[in-house]
Design a protein around this ligand. Sequence first.
Ligand SMILES: [Zn+2]
Length: 345
Amino acid sequence: MLAKRGRLEFPWVDTPPAGEAREVAPGLLWARLPLPFRLNHVNVWLLQDDDGWTVIDTGCATPEILNVWEKLLAGPMGGKPVRRVVATHGHVDHIGLSGWMVSRFDADYVGTFAEWMWARVSHMHDVPGSNDAHHSHLVRNGFDDSVAQKLVTSRHRFIDLSSPIPAWITEIRDGETVRLGGRDWQVIVTRGHAFEHASFYDRAANILIAGDHLLPKISPVIAVYEMTPKADPLGDYLESFPSFSDIRPDALVLPSHGMPYHGVHDRILELREHHDRRLDATIEFLRAPRIPIDLARVMFPHVEGPDNIGFALGETLAHVNYLVGRGKVAEERDASGRIVYVACA
Ligand SMILES: [Zn+2]
């Protein structure tokens, strides 16, 4: 059965139950892991090799997900060992159990260097100066001192959702071909959602493992964080789309969240239009000067709770930095010395 939404087509209408896997192409299995967030699942891909399995992404380190992995390993994976753990990128829902899996099977850890290094630094408590940098980033953007303190502390919960990040890596780079599961995959490294996000395209079978970069329903988080407050991740994201231009239009896209789909180029158009609308809205909201946190509140009126407003701030700053970099918004100071942004006339 085929489901449709706009110009996207979804070859499956239901998802594999927890602990089971569905073959989406010969030797390529889809499994879903439950996440302890509002985004309540992540898709992982299991590729059958002669000598065992290659696993693409692993989920967070929670007892529920460990339990699902035990079922997958004993069931659809037939008790065979995991030889390679591949990371699309370093976010905790993708790499949280990679350290556990790598040490359990003495497997190779495969990923891009920047994502591995980012994960090593950000999934560790007490990296010198990191709490202070996070706190002052939040205060500079309009959070009260006490709320900023809470957000800094709550970030640590994410660290505890990861087993120790593997200590060494087999690095992959943009444009390389890697052989996984008896297939040749072209590595496509893009910025925007992460620093060096890896997607994988099997040209012969016309399958794209897209990670979080091209999700079918939600737009991936594009945010500015305290480590790179001047960054332009939205510019990076929009400029990444040509990297997918030679993917065939009918490719099967395997995303990390949501359902596998056809229509990669239509989805790219939708994502571009979404951000164009958000950029226009940002300019409208900045006809009068606003401090960043107030801008985040009007851009994300339904967001509640300090954690979520923290994410909203990151996304808001991505749009602001994009516009500042293109001379459409100016950074100024108000009477009390706070940063305000205002649209240029
Ligand atoms: Zn991600």
